[in-house]
Design a binder for this molecule. Structure first.
Ligand SMILES: [Zn+2]
Length: 313
């Protein structure tokens, strides 16, 4: 399998990308979960414009890419799995899971550090939620993500094939779980024991801060459950919830490419990051908020309706 994946790398990447893109676009068109609020043409042009820009930038700045670095690490013996080799059947899934944990941790980090949240909010400022949201990242966030991935590869020494598989899976899963689609609730519940589903990740794109700061996973749902950031459903339900960021609702700023590129450099540096939650004197906050939410939802005034925990209708 390893040789097959390595020799057909480009074909596998392209087939997976275009195949999953087409399948999700068809699914969204036939059975959309929510009505879109902004022109789909504008959003798709901007979101996919970012994908093209990011792809070109990565090629120019990092011609070696993660796979090339993993190959160098293997020949040089760098990293844990190159120092202590395991059978490929163990090393490949272990490395894919470790890379998934690393990207989960990176995602939490981008929410927690105010300057990084500025970059990551380009992803969150999308006013609608569909498969193109999954590919919408500011170029600086993409470059930083690549450097972090390089560091993880140097430390872990994953098999080359694991890096290819991880990138293909992450790409496909990002389109799937950002999909404007819904699974039957019984299937969603069962899938969620292992994987991130569209309904699970949509909670993360809520305008309510306590909901945004949950469900950071992209592939495996375990990390959020294990580290206490899991949230079952949005308070207002999937049809009632608002997508995006409270302070940035102007389509010219968040749905058109120039505004999206400038977004990290606008507004105050503080606010709306995990470590800048609104402080409340002891005894005044609502005790026992779900998923460690505390009282931070209050600053998103338009959302604090305190509806009962939203279950799917
Ligand atoms: Zn996020």
């Amino acid at each position: 399998m390893e040789t097959f994946v390595q020799t057909h790398e480009a074909a596998i990447r392209l087939t997976a990308f275009f195949g999953i893109f087409a399948a999700m676009a068809l699914w969204e068109w036939r059975a959309p979960r929510r009505a879109l609020t902004v022109s789909k043409t504008l959003r798709w042009a901007s979101n996919l414009g970012l994908v093209v820009l990011n792809t070109v930038l990565l090629r120019l700045l990092f011609p070696v890419a993660a796979v090339g670095l993993a190959a160098t690490a293997a020949t040089q013996g760098w990293g844990l799995l190159n120092q202590y080799p395991l059978s490929p059947w163990l090393a490949i899934p272990l490395a894919v899971m470790a890379l998934d944990l690393a990207i989960w941790a990176q995602h939490v980090f981008f929410h927690a550090v105010p300057a990084l949240w500025r970059l990551h909010r380009v992803h969150h400022a999308d006013l609608d939620y569909d498969l193109t949201t999954g590919a919408r990242f500011h170029p600086i966030e993409i470059l930083l993500s690549m450097l972090i991935k390089f560091a993880v590869i140097l430390a872990l020494g994953p098999p080359v094939v694991a890096v290819i598989l991880f990138e293909v899976i992450l790409n496909g899963m990002a389109m799937f779980n950002h999909g404007n689609v819904g699974l039957p609730s019984w299937l969603d519940r069962r899938l969620r024991w292992v994987f991130v589903t569209p309904d699970m990740h949509r909670v993360h794109h809520s305008i309510a801060e306590d909901e945004t700061n949950s469900n950071f996973g992209f592939n495996l749902s375990w990390w959020d459950r294990l580290f206490g950031t899991y949230r079952d459903q949005p308070r207002a339900g999937h049809l009632g919830m608002t997508i995006g960021i409270d302070d940035h609702r102007d389509p010219r700023e968040v749905a058109a490419l120039p505004g999206m590129l400038a977004l990290p450099f606008r507004g105050a540096i503080t606010g709306y990051a995990i470590n800048r939650r609104r402080w409340e004197p002891p005894g005044q906050g609502e005790p026992g908020g779900q998923g460690g939410s505390g009282g931070l939802g209050q600053s998103a005034g338009s959302v604090g309706q305190n509806a009962p925990a939203g279950r799917r209708p």
